[in-house]
Design a protein around this ligand. Sequence first.
Ligand SMILES: C[S@@+](CC[C@H](N)C(=O)[O-])C[C@H]1O[C@@H](n2cnc3c(N)ncnc32)[C@H](O)[C@@H]1O
Length: 242
Amino acid sequence: MSRRQLELTGLKTGWRCLEVGGGSASLGGWLAEQVGPGGEVTITDIEPRWALPRREQAHVRLLRHDIVRDPLPGDGYDLVHARLVLLHLPERLQVLKRLVGALRPGGWLVLEEFDCSWVPVLAAPDEDAAALFRQVHTALNGLLEASGADPLWGQRALGVMVRTGLVDVMATTYAEAWPGGSTGIALHRHNVDQVACQLVQAGISDRELDRFRILLQDPEFVANSYPLISVRGRRPFEENTP
Ligand SMILES: C[S@@+](CC[C@H](N)C(=O)[O-])C[C@H]1O[C@@H](n2cnc3c(N)ncnc32)[C@H](O)[C@@H]1O
């Protein structure tokens, strides 16, 4: 899905790309294949250790880098991409402006973000199970917000990109069913495990968390994935200067 969004920018050999908060660099590595040795891919992350096995190509730079505080690693990029990064950053608006400033005129910014508000239960063994899922999910969103994340950032990103002065701004939204036991639904399991103590403080009992984990393994339970809203826009070739 994300590869398709990047291809829609006209991605081609020789491009210089910045992959922000690249995680394990699965997309950064793919970008490196697309631009070839005549191009350049800079992959940043505040914790780049998950991407270390990928850094052997000469035209790929892997940097430990904080997109909020560190100077940008370059400018004049043909493409800047960040997936599921700005959602978590309280400084997302300033970061977005920095990313736009890192583009060459005509260069593309692609942001891919979840809308964490829309995860309907599509099937459940009983109504209690569906209610439990909604309860834990609401608590997770509350914790996200409390830490400065914006669970609705996915649905705000396009408007902000337009107001930042980007043109040709378009979005595609992707969602799928996540049945219990599937790879996708394991995201909820990881999220719950990482913040189990905070969830208990927020009023979810240990027993409910155990039931929630079991539910995520039940093939009779199906939840919608988070919708991934992929927004792309380009820096204008001519900018109005005040
Ligand atoms: C949800 S993961 C997404 C990883 C990857 N973009 C993907 O979609 O597979 C968020 C990533 O952003 C990184 N990150 C968080 N804060 C950051 C910051 N201030 N500067 C750079 N990277 C950051 C995290 O270390 C993590 O790898």
